[in-house]
Design a protein around this ligand. Structure first.
Ligand code: AMP
Ligand code: GLY
Length: 430
């Protein structure tokens, strides 16, 4: 392998800090550029300002800086076709093309795909924006609660509503119709059966032909302890998730991953990059809650430290369709990632609070930055999810204790984190 690959990484969250951290360990890395990055990524490469939603500008940057690989962190540019555009200009990009990113970009597409290829998932019906009255009649005819309403398109995690009553369905239909931020995503509506069970996610790396399970994790989507309150981007994650026993993983592999990868080939939308398979482990086996076309945040921060492979080599092998030459190597430790958020998140929150203590963590823990910025000599808060702290241990309990011990060294005014990250996993392991 050529040494000195110049890499452009797109994104600015904890996920991208973790990807930059892992890439920077590669002996084959040349210059790492991160657009726009955050103060954490600035310690690992060069943060740059780039209009990443303007693909021609990205292509010009790649040409001017001899970029050998583009890595796309978030979903929006993938769903909007950044891979298709850059590949046409001759650049290697790690991530799915627009046609494959549809697995995340349209819930209707994902549901129809799953039915066609017999991937287990919840029953559903689709309604267009002028058929919301029919959606309500459909819900009334089912008369079974909770029931789930989902905007079809990308909604930054804000387009899913679990409704406990007909009144709530009416209220949420109204939100989906009238909230300006949701209108485009809610052009179509998926009404879905509620699945009972425990959630977990499996991360797959695929090159269009070969796919490997990279690792698995469990996220904590709700803001409050005991999984209460509003949905967030994710308040913490641990890996691996004990709910995914070997037997369960075998089912996931055969009934979900193989059918998905083969199905996408048959649809002429072969999958390249990271496929995030969000699962509900139900009494009838694993079912798909959602697909995402990228790493999860904060799951990425919990799983990349376990990966013994060189991430750059893996990504290059993916773009060259050589994943069949590689096997995934993971260490045996558990990881626990705690997200430190600004009080108020996922609603509005203050910014500019001075962060202290991130340099006083022990050597085995890692802190990844997200909503931070430099203000003179200070590091201050600038977003909802501010930092994520990863601890490790040879048991889940030790990983959780290690993460919390380090979290307690960090402070900023209004620092909020959940104290129960990993609680479901602990119940299964103790
Ligand atoms: P999604 O964006 O589709 O992953 O939905 C966000 C969250 O809503 C999921 O992580 C689940 O916690 C919950 N959810 C979505 N669909 C269902 C379902 N059919 N049954 C139960 N919970 C669901
Ligand atoms: N943590 C959930 C997500 O990245 O979609």
């Amino acid at each position: 392998m050529d040494t000195n690959y110049n890499v452009l990484l797109i994104g600015s969250g904890g996920r991208e800090h973790a990807i930059a951290w892992k890439l920077s360990k590669s002996p084959n890395l040349g210059t790492l550029y991160i657009a726009p990055g955050n103060p954490g990524t600035a310690e690992l490469g060069l943060n740059i300002k780039l209009m990443t939603d303007h693909f021609a500008t990205v292509a010009d940057f790649c040409k001017d800086h001899s970029i050998d690989l583009v890595v796309v962190g978030p979903e929006a540019p993938l769903v909007n076709g950044i891979v298709d555009y850059l590949e046409k200009q001759g650049f290697a990009v790690f991530g799915p093309k627009k046609s494959a990113a549809m697995l995340e970009g349209s819930k209707q597409f994902a549901k129809e795909f799953m039915v066609k290829y017999k991937v287990p998932t919840a029953d559903y019906a689709v309604f267009s924006s002028d058929e919301f009255d029919d959606a309500l009649k459909f819900v009334q005819s089912k008369d079974s609660y909770p029931i789930v309403l989902k905007a079809d398109g990308l909604a930054a995690g804000k387009g899913v509503f679990i409704c406990d009553s007909e009144e709530e369905v009416e209220k949420r239909l109204d939100t989906l119709k009238n909230d300006e931020k949701l209108q485009e995503a809610a052009n179509k509506l998926v009404v879905e059966e509620f699945m009972e069970g425990e959630e977990a996610s499996v991360f797959v790396i695929a090159d269009g032909h070969t796919s490997h399970i990279l690792h698995n994790a469990q996220d904590h989507k709700r803001i409050g302890e005991g999984d209460t309150g509003l949905n967030t981007g994710g308040m913490g994650a641990y890996s691996p998730a004990p709910v995914l026993t070997d037997e369960m993983l075998d089912l996931v592999k055969h009934e979900i991953i193989e059918r998905t990868i083969t199905g996408m080939q048959l649809e002429e939308a072969a999958y390249h990059g990271i496929l995030y398979v969000g699962l509900m482990i139900t009494k009838d086996g694993p079912k798909v809650v959602e697909y995402n076309c990228r790493f999860g945040d904060p799951e990425c921060q919990a799983i990349l430290p376990s990966l013994e492979n060189d991430l750059l080599t893996l990504m290059i092998a993916t773009t060259e369709q050589r994943l069949d030459e590689i096997s995934i190597q993971l260490d045996k430790d558990y990881r626990c990632c705690i997200v430190l958020a600004s009080d108020g998140y996922p609603g509005s929150y203050p910014k500019g609070k001075v962060i202290t203590g991130i340099n006083s963590l022990d050597d085995d823990s890692i802190v990844f930055q997200a909503g931070t910025k430099n203000d003179g000599d200070d590091l201050v808060t600038s977003g909802g999810r501010v930092l994520s702290v990863v601890g490790k241990g040879n048991t889940l309990k030790k990983a959780i204790d290690h993460a919390y011990k380090n979290v307690r060294n960090i402070d900023f005014e209004g620092c909020y984190y959940r104290n129960d990250i990993g609680h479901k996993g602990l119940k299964r392991t103790s």
